[in-house]
Design a protein around this ligand. Sequence first.
Ligand code: MN
Length: 246
Amino acid sequence: MSVSPNPKSLLAELVTAHRILVAENVLDAFGHISVRDPQSPDTFWLARALPPSVVEAHDFLRFDLSGDPVAQDKGPLFAERYIHSAIYRARPDVHSVCHHHAVAIMPFCLTDRSLVGVSQTGAFLGNGVPVWDSATEFGATRMVVETPDQAASLATALGSEAVILMRGHGATVVGCGIRDTVFRSVYACKDAQFQYVAAALGPVNTLSEGELELGKVPSNPAINRCWTHLSALYQGTDQTKKGSIA
Ligand code: MN
């Protein structure tokens, strides 16, 4: 396997993504976001097992698509690293993966209420995010994806979608890059909140099939505006000026 030099700008952007996702209450003490290495696409970068609030660039390790670290040994490792490896293996179009247990998303992991797109920035959720139930194939678990078989099952259930909910557990979000995955992670939580706040007022009006179709892929200007805003809020600098990779 060829191993490219440490891609500093990519990992700097991944650090910023951690800061944003913690500040936006997507990640807390748990959860993680990774990026596929563009120079070595059969590998990806994921932090060693740390709270995302303290992750720095030197904490990232390169993993292969079996979920094993390529060379570095900075352990301990996330048990759930297999979520990332299984999805990168199944989805060549995916270049970043975020797994989280956000409070905003959990009600849809605990009830039969479907998470759907209800706004401009949530239309990518479509008319119902799929839900994976670990118990269907694996019975009682610790509600942690900790084996390659469990992760492969999750990746199969994800299919070609961008978001999958995990019953009693959380969500996994994928995108074509770090910024896209951050956008989807943050705005899936916002649309989730819209839905249960609105439900207190009355029946929720969702987007039409035509509106969902028009909004199913977030635009690059929207993704970049979101990134510029959130990175300025939470890091105090504009990462678009640093030549980082979207
Ligand atoms: Mn988890």
